[in-house]
Structures are given as structure tokens and as C-alpha cells.
Design a protein around this ligand. Structure first.
Ligand code: KIV
Length: 325
């Protein structure tokens, strides 16, 4: 065992590359204390952050929202983005408190028409990749449609499988009052839960589309009741998606766990976006997305330049070919 920067003891990892003098060089490396998986940097492009730190935990996210009398206050908003791959996780990790392996990967990665066909196998494969690519952020993985709604017991089985196979620290599930017993069971059996209310894309066939929710008084009241039920059941934070701004403010003011908004309000305790939307990978995005880049155009331009050079035989040049010295 070796002691790492925060004082925790972790298993020693031995690097046995041959030394210049011939014998095996034995060096003790610090293993990541909170990661189920480590990255073999000698065989992959992966480059872990130089000082593996302790991951952000569910209780530390929950504690970011403080009660002051009858009010709540979150000093520094919580930053969350989606990630589905190891490399994207590496790039986002230093900037985010939480990385969400969202079931939006169904549309973004697999070209599916909705999140409904997403499987637990897809979530586990991408969840494990994101855990491998991150050191600091809490990684939460979405429970896909059909993996938890039948009963709390089904929810526990699926969530436990996701946690074992990915090494993630939390799961997210959609739904309000109806899901409270499941959230209660999971949180009392060692599984931190991120709630998700308002526009819940897995329920698109019941909702009739992806339009903003809570325009009508009755629906707004139901969404507030959902958020309160999810909070009371033990969710450590709650995603509120696609609701009227005033409703998002009311929810953030009334529930104790941090509210992470998407298409909600700047008054929420944090924000999340689908990274590919935010990077400008798609021409069409929901109204609530702000594009911080135009990667689709930049990728097309790079591919066009490559294609031109291949066709004109100007790639590869001497710099990219092996020649006798
Ligand atoms: O699946 C997803 O990416 C999500 C976020 C949009 C919150 O649930």
C-alpha cells in the first residue's frame, strides 16, 4: 500500500519497464483512490491527470446547497456536462463537478430516434469509458428506459449492475412521485441517485413530444410535487429539464437538494447541457442550448482538406512517411 496526496492508502502499482542498465526498474506509482479502473498509459492514448485526486462525492454535491432559515443558497453553481467516451471525459473532467453519461447517447452516438431503445449494455460500456477517462468529477450514469420502472427491486438490480460494471458513483433515473419508492430503496442500499423531473424524454410517448413543461397551473403543481417527492426520497441532486423559468425558480427555492437545470433557469443550483449540443456538433438543437463552438463546421473543413490532399497525392509528405536514414 502507498499513501496518496489526501492521506488515503491505496494499492501500489508497480512499473516494471527495463532500465537502461538492464535490470527491471521498479517504481511505485500512486493508484487512483476512487476509481475502479486505472489507465494503462503505456498501451493507450490515455493520459491521466498528473496528480490523481479524490473524486467529488455525492454528499459533497448535496452539501453545496445550504439552508439559511427558510431559504436555500448555493454559493458556487454546480457544473455538469454529458460525456460518453474516455477522451471527452478527459477533456471535460478538469472543468466539471459532475459528468453525466446520459441516455442521450442513444441519439448522439447511436443515431437512434429517441432514448427508448437504449440498453443497459450501452450505458455500462460508455459509463466505464467515462470513469476511465476522469479523475475528479463525480460520474453519474443514466438508467435506461425499462431497466427500473417495474419495481424498486428491478431498479436496485439494474443500478447495482451499472455501478459494478462502470465504477460510477451515482445513477440517474427519470420520474417523480411514482419513482420515490425506488429512489428511497436505492439510496438506503448504498446507491446515490440523481433525480430527473419536468421534461422526461423517456416518457416522450406519454408526453406527446419534447415541448417545455409546466405551462398549465395543474402541470406545474404536479412537477413541483414530483421534485419534492424525489427530494424526500433521498436524491442528492435533481435534474429539472425543459420547464417554464418561473417554475424552475420555484423548485430550486423549495427543495433541499441542488437543482441542476437544463432548459430551466440561471437561478438553479447548477446547469447541465448535452456536450455535443454545446460544442455545435448538430445543426438542430433545442432552444435552451447555447453553442460555445461550431465543431461540426470545423470537422467538415478538416475532412474536406484531408480529402483534397489525398486526391491530389499531397498527403502524406516526407514528414509522415518512413524512409531509410
Ligand atoms: O440523457 C441526458 O443527456 C440527460 C441530460 C440532458 C440531463 O438526461
Amino acid at each position: 500500500m502507498v499513501e496518496v496526496s489526501d492521506g488515503t492508502k491505496v494499492p501500489a502499482v508497480t512499473d516494471t519497464k527495463p532500465s537502461r542498465t538492464g535490470g527491471a526498474r521498479t517504481r511505485q506509482l500512486e493508484a487512483a483512490p476512487m476509481s475502479t479502473f486505472t489507465i494503462d498509459t503505456s498501451t493507450s492514448r490515455a493520459t491521466p491527470s498528473p496528480v490523481p485526486g479524490k473524486r467529488t462525492t455525492a454528499p459533497s454535491i448535496r452539501a453545496r446547497k445550504l439552508r439559511e432559515g427558510n431559504d436555500f443558497r448555493t454559493e458556487q453553481p454546480i457544473v455538469m456536462l454529458t460525456a460518453y467516451t474516455m477522451r471527452m471525459a478527459q477533456l471535460l473532467d478538469p472543468h466539471c463537478d459532475m459528468l453525466l453519461v446520459g441516455d442521450s447517447l442513444g441519439q448522439v452516438i447511436y443515431g437512434l430516434p429517441s432514448t427508448i431503445p437504449v440498453t443497459i449494455e450501452m450505458m455500462c460500456a460508455h459509463g466505464a469509458a467515462v470513469v476511465r477517462g476522469s479523475w475528479h468529477a463525480l460520474v453519474g450514469v443514466d438508467m435506461p428506459f425499462g431497466s427500473y420502472e417495474a419495481s424498486p427491486a428491478q431498479g436496485f438490480e439494474s443500478a447495482a449492475r451499472i455501478m459494478k460494471e462502470t465504477g460510477c458513483a451515482a445513477v440517474k433515473l427519470e420520474g417523480g412521485e411514482a419513482m420515490a419508492p425506488t429512489i428511497d430503496l436505492l439510496t438506503n442500499r448504498g446507491i446515490p441517485v440523481i433525480g430527473h423531473v419536468g421534461l422526461t424524454p423517456q416518457a416522450v410517448n406519454v408526453l406527446g413530444g419534447y415541448g417545455a413543461r409546466g405551462r398549465e397551473e395543474r402541470e406545474a403543481e404536479k412537477i413541483i410535487a414530483d421534485a419534492k417527492a424525489v427530494a424526500d426520497a433521498g436524491a442528492f441532486c435533481i435534474v429539472v429539464e425543459g420547464v417554464m423559468e418561473g417554475l424552475a425558480c420555484d423548485i430550486a427555492a423549495q427543495v433541499a437538494p441542488p437543482v441542476i437545470g437544463i432548459g430551466a433557469s440561471a437561478a438553479c443550483d447548477g446547469q447541465v447541457l448535452v456536450t455535443d449540443d454545446m460544442l455545435g456538433m448538430f445543426e438542430r438543437t433545442p432552444r435552451f442550448v447555447k453553442r460555445y463552438d461550431d465543431l461540426a463546421a470545423r470537422i467538415s473543413e478538416a475532412a474536406r482538406a484531408y480529402a483534397d490532399e489525398v486526391r491530389s497525392r499531397s498527403f502524406p509528405t516526407g514528414d509522415q512517411t518512413y524512409r531509410p536514414k
